[in-house]
Design a protein around this ligand. Sequence first.
Ligand code: PGA
Length: 246
Amino acid sequence: MRRKIAAGNWKMNGTRASRAVLEALVRDHGDTAAEVIICPPAPLIPILADAAGAFSIGGQDCHAAASGPHTGDISAETLKDCGASHVIVGHSERRADHGESDADVLAKAEAAYRAGLVAIICVGETEAERDAGQTTAVVARQIEGSVTTSATAENTVIAYEPVWAIGTGRTPSIDEIAETHAALRAMVAKRLGSETAAAMRLLYGGSVKPGNAAEIFALEDVDGGLVGGASLKAEDFGPIIDAAAG
Ligand code: PGA
């Protein structure tokens, strides 16, 4: 049985006062059957880690190196020291805004393992790629290039996030999500073996809301969600946690 995950990616939102959002979620959903991971802006990690209870805290990115002359970057080791247990790598906003390649993402995932963090590795096609019928090919290439062969079901979660569905209110149809996730699990099996693929959690991300989470998370190969906008308020993310708890 794969324990479902409700992961919130706060992106560049939040202040120290946002700790109240986490506190409300812990108060109302602290005993959920789902695994809950909140990924705030890095300076908030220690503040949230203090209030996280059974929930986990994650970073949104890390540098591949453990330390060094990389102004503005944060190492996986520092994230870990500040209270993170997870880190998102290869989010499409990092791939697009910071020119991160599959090889960069792979190196960041390896940094996460080195520091003892779980890597949440993101993949997903653009709208043009989808329109050209390339969804499966693009995701397969990203899996080959961004997921190192030392990935396991324990140290890695994969998030499929169609770029055109992120923050747009649009999602693929339920059948399309089912199809892509089944293909994704087969790709993971090809790369890491069928035992690892059967145990690895595969998240869907892109406009997950309280109104669609239960239907998406009920799909056989969807093990929860990576949620942006709807993770910023407890009244939105609470029902998404419930949907992941099943
Ligand atoms: P969204 O973002 O839920 O706001 O669409 C998802 C993500 O980027 O992880």
